[in-house]
Design a protein around this ligand. Structure first.
Ligand code: URA
Ligand code: SF4
Length: 188
């Protein structure tokens, strides 16, 4: 565990801790406010994210940005990252081993940021952060408190591209996040 961002960022530059290093153009470390009250965690970089080195800048990211903008949630107030920081081939789900080794970095980021709330985008984020016993269909839209952090699972934005109903639920979920954050006087 590193105590500063500088040390943590330096430690990851040439990371080869898992086989996803072979296919990457850029490590997608995470972006946003390093003092964020609210974090968003996705699955892993896609092609656009790999190219640009930033999370959620592709099709799914644009959908998410539109929802955030519509609800007046400022992306720059959040910190956004993924379970794995290198792009899985063909955008497959990260393997348990890959997620486990990469999670050391994300946990370190969480320790440095000290968020009050973490929005888990989709099943991969949910299972790797809270445990394999959680199912996204049963857990989405519900608050789960764990070690003084409020977790809120919702659909992964890529799932919205295929299902209009999920778009409505995602919107409703983000509205709930915003309301709760306002109630707790968090910046969002
Ligand atoms: N999907 C994710 O899970 N993360 C990204 O950064 C982009 C797409
Ligand atoms: Fe390292 Fe994570 Fe990339 Fe694997 S996915 S090589 S652990 S940064």
């Amino acid at each position: 565990m590193f105590e500063t961002w500088e040390e943590l960022e330096k430690s990851i530059i040439d990371c080869k801790k898992c086989k996803l290093c072979a296919g990457r153009t850029n490590i997608v470390f995470g972006t946003g406010n390093k003092n964020a009250d609210v974090m968003f965690i996705g699955e892993g970089p896609g092609a656009d994210e790999d190219k640009q080195g930033e999370p959620f800048v592709g099709k799914a990211g644009i959908l998410m940005n539109n929802a955030l903008a519509g609800l007046e949630i400022k992306r720059e107030n959040l910190y956004i990252a993924n379970i794995v920081k290198c792009r899985p081939p063909q955008n497959r789900v990260p393997e348990k081993e890959e997620a486990t080794v990469c999670l050391d970095y994300l946990r370190n980021q969480v320790v440095l940021i000290k968020p009050k709330m973490i929005v888990l985008l989709g099943s991969t984020a949910l299972k790797n952060i809270l445990g394999d016993e959680y199912k996204i269909t049963a857990s989405r839209g519900k608050w789960i408190e764990n070690k003084e952090i409020l977790y809120f699972p919702t659909w992964h934005p890529a799932a919205l591209l295929r299902d209009e109903n999920k778009k409505i639920e995602f919107w409703k979920d983000l509205k709930e996040v915003k309301n709760k954050a306002k109630e707790m006087e968090l910046s969002i």
